[in-house]
Design a protein around this ligand. Structure first.
Ligand SMILES: [Zn+2]
Length: 248
């Protein structure tokens, strides 16, 4: 116990970036060549708009005002999401932060985060800045210049947090809307040790429900889950994706 207390103290003293670097050392990042080598298979499975249902809540327009696309998910993804919600303890509910995201919005977010990281680490190489940015945002153009298919552009990815019965967000360590303020990703890491015991418990409850129905988490963001995209295929040893880019 004393060892772990000392370890935690040392880790806190190391600072956010060092902590994240240590924890993410064993995480496969979303733009890793191993993930990008997964062949894309697409289907014509339609999207479901959460504004046309009442079972799963959704938050306000994320990232930009008047975003009308973030409430869309592939039909199977929506059904899994609904089934996962049935597994939550009484008094807790999902709230979708963001589902579908266009390539144009993805590029805007990536560029903004890249600039944030560069401001914080002006001496880093382009490769370092790119890798650090991909801890929280999937690129539109890969490091080798090829086009990427970001998870949210497939309709298979969703960002989610928990609400209580009154519709208030519960403590999850950091609200997804504040992700850009967590520049080093310390609080966003699913396994973060820098959050309260309550937040850890809420993350664990959410993870259990979503994992049970077949979603895969991106371990640098507790709120990001997907089914049928490249990261899902890589983590579940599926030979190809179920979804490619969906064009609205
Ligand atoms: Zn996401």
């Amino acid at each position: 116990m004393r060892f772990f207390a000392c370890l935690l103290l040392s880790v806190q003293l190391l600072g956010g970036w060092m902590y994240t670097t240590i924890v993410t050392a064993n995480i496969t990042l979303i733009a890793d060549p191993k993930v990008l080598s997964i062949p894309i298979t697409n289907t014509d499975e339609p999207l479901v708009n959460l504004t046309e249902q009442t079972e799963i809540a959704y938050g306000p327009s994320p990232e930009i005002p008047n975003n009308t696309e973030y409430t869309y998910l592939r039909k199977s993804v929506y059904e899994k999401f609904r089934n996962a919600q049935l597994l939550l303890p009484k008094g807790l509910h999902f709230c979708l932060y963001e589902g579908y995201r266009s390539i144009a919005l993805q590029k805007m977010i990536f560029d903004k985060q890249y600039a944030n990281v560069k401001t914080r680490h002006p001496d880093w190489t382009v490769a370092q800045l790119f890798a650090e940015t991909t801890k929280l945002v999937s690129p539109v153009i890969n490091a080798d210049g090829s086009h990427n298919i970001p998870p949210h552009s497939t309709g298979g990815a969703l960002d989610v947090y928990l609400l209580d019965d009154s519709g208030k967000a519960v403590d999850m360590g950091i609200h997804p809307k504040d992700w850009m303020q967590d520049v080093d990703g310390v609080l966003s890491l699913t396994a973060s040790e820098m959050i309260s015991a309550t937040a850890k418990m809420n993350r664990s409850i959410m993870s259990h429900a979503l994992t049970t129905v077949g979603f895969v988490n991106y371990p640098t963001e507790y709120w990001h889950w997907s089914y049928g995209d490249r990261y899902w295929a890589y983590m579940t040893h599926h030979p190809h994706t179920l979804y490619g880019q969906y064009k609205m």
